[in-house]
Design a protein around this ligand. Structure first.
Ligand code: KG4
Ligand code: ZN
Length: 357
């Protein structure tokens, strides 16, 4: 079964073709990062307009790269939740129109659940499939989902069956990376720029707090972000009323690197602490990490040293937003859920992932 996936929930317009939930035949991602960098974050209006301009060529490119025409596509899958309304709408309208026109079954996919499925794509023929793991994860599967909008630990007993063990009570970890980068004057997106600066910094230079929460699997990052702000203010000798956008001018490169390293160390350690606790409690067969922050090398190395199992990592281009993960999840969803009528499909911008047993 060959599925064409479409993803447009934030600032990437993406389309991909995946066969049987494991073979990646094409994956096109058109990022808007260059456009949003000048504003220091994603501007929803601008994002939607850009999706509109590129979505049709991106879908066509995904078909061309897979060397397929519509007659050889069995179904269409699209992200319908969660995300920015205008952005989600463009992908959803495109998918429902194509499904209607070409008479294909349509599957509506939850973006956060789909991030986990980047780990189900495996090694095969062609340039794209060359760096992928040789086997799929096994159930029970513990997934740490860490992105710009989400931070949660999920235990999957099978496809479509999962329990949310814990989640962030405030900021997502990727969002914390983005906000801390802004405070210390590193460019958007903060994840990659903080991890680059952190290589040259001392992770123990500034003592930063780890949140303590009632549910041992929940996360919180807003206190850590504020602690970085206070530490920067104290380092440069100003009080809390000093305009925060002027703080970066007062930091030298060494201080910037040390703040990046100290923040990254604590943020990543709190993700790893909870993943290890969950691993010990539930003894899963496999552990995967998913979402944009899964690209973080410090996260990968801390997990490697603290977990007794090997983790197969998806390549970085499949950790950040893409449509291959959407088309991949759709294959498994199709085994237990009927397709949706294209005329009935609606977006759900704030629909969270909830336990489904
Ligand atoms: O999954 P994603 O592409 O989009 C969402 O669904 O949110 O995640 C984007 C997030 C951003 O917050 C970005 O700063 C973060 O992933 N990110 C990283 C790294 N690369 C991207 N965070 C930490 N380290 C990285 N290397
Ligand atoms: Zn995402």
């Amino acid at each position: 079964m060959r599925i064409l996936g479409i993803e447009s929930s934030c600032d990437e317009t993406a389309a991909a073709v995946v066969e049987d939930g494991k073979n990646i035949l094409s994956s096109i991602v058109k990022s808007q990062i260059d456009i949003h960098t000048q504003y220091g974050g994603v501007v929803p209006e601008v994002a939607a307009r850009n999706h509109l301009e590129v979505v049709n060529p991106v879908v066509q490119q995904a078909l061309d790269e897979a060397n397929l025409d519509w007659s050889r596509i069995d179904a269409i899958a699209v992200t319908y939740a969660p995300g920015l309304s205008g952005s989600l709408l463009i992908g959803a309208i495109t998918a429902k129109t194509l499904a209607y026109l070409y008479d294909k079954p349509l599957y509506h996919i939850h973006h956060v659940e789909a991030h986990v499925y980047a780990n189900f794509l495996i090694n095969g023929q062609g340039e794209l499939a060359k760096d992928l793991p040789t086997s799929q994860p096994k159930f029970p599967l513990l997934a740490l989902i860490v992105s710009g909008g989400h931070t949660q630990l999920v235990l999957f007993s099978d496809h479509g069956k999962f329990r949310i063990l814990g989640q962030t009570q405030d900021d997502a970890v990727g969002e914390a990376f983005d906000k801390v980068a802004k405070i210390i004057g590193l460019p958007y997106p903060g994840g990659p720029s903080i991890s680059k600066a952190a290589i040259h910094g001392d992770p123990y230079k500034y003592k930063l707090p780890k949140a303590k929460l009632k549910n041992k699997f929940d996360f919180s990052f807003s206190g850590l972000k504020t602690a970085v702000l206070r530490a920067v203010q104290s380092e440069v000798g100003v009080n809390f009323s000093f305009p925060s956008h002027k703080l970066p001018e007062l930091l030298n490169e060494e201080q910037q690197n040390n703040f990046a390293a100290s923040f990254q160390h604590v943020a990543i350690e709190s993700l790893v602490d909870k993943t290890v606790t969950a691993f010990n409690e539930f003894s899963p067969e496999s552990v995967v990490i998913a979402g944009g922050v899964a690209a973080n090398q410090e996260l990968r190395s801390q997990l490697k040293s603290r977990l007794p199992v090997e983790i197969n990592y998806a390549p970085i281009k499949l950790c950040t937003d893409n449509a291959a993960m959407i088309a991949c999840l759709a294959y498994y969803q199709a085994q237990h859920q009927a397709p949706i009528d294209p005329l009935e499909l609606d977006i759900k911008p704030s629909l969270a992932m909830t336990s489904r047993m």
